[in-house]
Design a protein around this ligand. Structure first.
Ligand SMILES: NC(=O)c1ccc[n+]([C@@H]2O[C@H](COP(=O)([O-])OP(=O)(O)OC[C@H]3O[C@@H](n4cnc5c(N)ncnc54)[C@H](OP(=O)(O)O)[C@@H]3O)[C@@H](O)[C@H]2O)c1
Length: 344
């Protein structure tokens, strides 16, 4: 047995972030598998905006100090202590971080058999984006035919998932994007949607003019949420799921000020207007695994019926350079779809 084969069998590799813009490949021995867990040789894992924020130490849910990011994966089971999952099964799943690795131990309730129709690349790409879109539009947002929906950063990973779900529902969508290239792609893929380049206006508020909505999916957060709230129809919902507005703020202090300027919504105002304000944070689903089940069947049905199709924007290798290449695409805001890492 040569040295490489010996390393692959006993050791695993993972990408460690120092949260100061540094990433390092770390090799360590595999651990013994706990009861209720499966061991998976990872084939693909997805890249999310949250990982990019964590890369710079700007992600609220990241642990202190160096850590391995990554919420989603696909691969093949190599050992199982879970009924119903066997060695050799092709699977997909989610985990409370740690998926930037070539081998994973995950709780059985976070790991699922891959549908035949789906490739391993698609299986590693869809969980976070489509679960987020599902919880916001369907489970919380109760989006209906002819409802008016606002989707921001609509060309990105979560954005495209929302566009597909809204199209399937027959909702009337206003999509905001930050470039003419994104407008062209979205208009082609979603001809019924209204697509606006918000960067051609001084603010998102200016870009929206006098438009009002039944459901607003808000990934920007911060002070802008107050203006979005005013745009709700009676029985409308504003669901916030990110704080990308504060991400580009210069330093910790200006970011903190931006976050502190996030609005409070008085209950009496909600009551008098017949509106709802909510938040969605996928990481909290990991503390309440039953909630994951709300999304799994409807999403897999959607893929099996051909309602959803994952747009892979970029596939990068499992290396420090691969991650940096993907994050460059976040920095330049060019991303149209999902970015994934090919591990094997
Ligand atoms: N709460 C949750 O559980 C959850 C789960 C998944 C994602 N999210 C959030 O959903 C949003 C989209 O995530 P994603 O992974 O699908 O990313 P993405 O949309 O594929 O890519 C990021 C896009 O965000 C826009 N953007 C806005 N502010 C930005 C900034 N300061 N720097 C760079 N880009 C910025 C850009 O598009 P435009 O210029 O076209 O606007 C960019 O292309 C993020 O805010 C993320 O944190 C939340």
């Amino acid at each position: 047995m040569n040295e490489t084969t010996a390393r692959n069998e006993k050791n695993m590799r993972e990408l460690l972030f120092d949260q100061r813009g540094g990433v390092r490949m770390n090799e360590r021995p595999k651990e013994a598998l706990q009861e209720g867990h499966v061991a998976v040789d990872v084939h693909y894992f997805g890249i999310n905006f949250a990982d990019y924020q964590a890369y710079f130490g700007k992600y609220l849910n990241a642990p202190k100090g160096p850590f391995v990011p990554g919420y989603e994966f696909s691969g093949v089971v190599t050992e199982s202590r879970v009924a119903g999952l066997e060695v050799g099964d092709e699977v997909w799943g989610v985990n409370s971080m740690g998926c930037y690795a070539d081998h994973l131990h995950v709780p059985g309730e976070f790991c699922f058999k891959k549908p035949e129709k789906m490739t391993l690349a698609e299986a590693g790409a869809f969980p976070v984006n489509y679960a987020t879109a599902y919880y916001i539009l369907d489970y919380m947002g109760n989006l209906q035919r002819d409802h008016r929906l606002l989707v921001q950063s609509a060309a990105g990973g979560v954005g495209r998932a929302m566009m597909q779900m809204a199209q399937k529902r027959g909702a009337k969508v206003t999509a905001l994007v930050g470039s003419e290239e994104k407008i062209a792609t979205l208009k082609q893929d979603f001809p019924d949607a209204e697509v606006i380049n918000y960067r051609q206006s001084a603010t998102i508020d200016d870009a929206l003019g006098d438009r009002t909505f039944d459901l607003i999916a808000d990934p920007q957060g911060g002070p802008g949420s107050r203006k979005l709230y005013r745009r709700l129809h009676p029985f409308g919902k504003l669901i916030t799921f990110g704080v990308s507005s504060s991400f580009s703020q210069g330093n910790g202090l200006t970011r903190a000020i931006d976050l502190l300027r996030s609005p409070f919504f008085p209950v009496l105002s909600l009551l008098s207007r017949n509106v709802m304000v909510g938040g969605m944070n996928l990481t909290k689903v990991f503390e309440h695994p039953a909630a994951l089940q709300y999304a799994v069947s409807p999403l897999l049905d959607g893929f099996n019926n051909g309602d959803y199709s994952i747009e892979i924007y970029k596939e990068v290798p499992f290396s420090e350079e691969g991650i940096q290449e993907a994050y460059k695409a976040f920095e330049t805001r060019e991303v149209q779809g999902k970015m994934i890492v090919r591990v094997r």
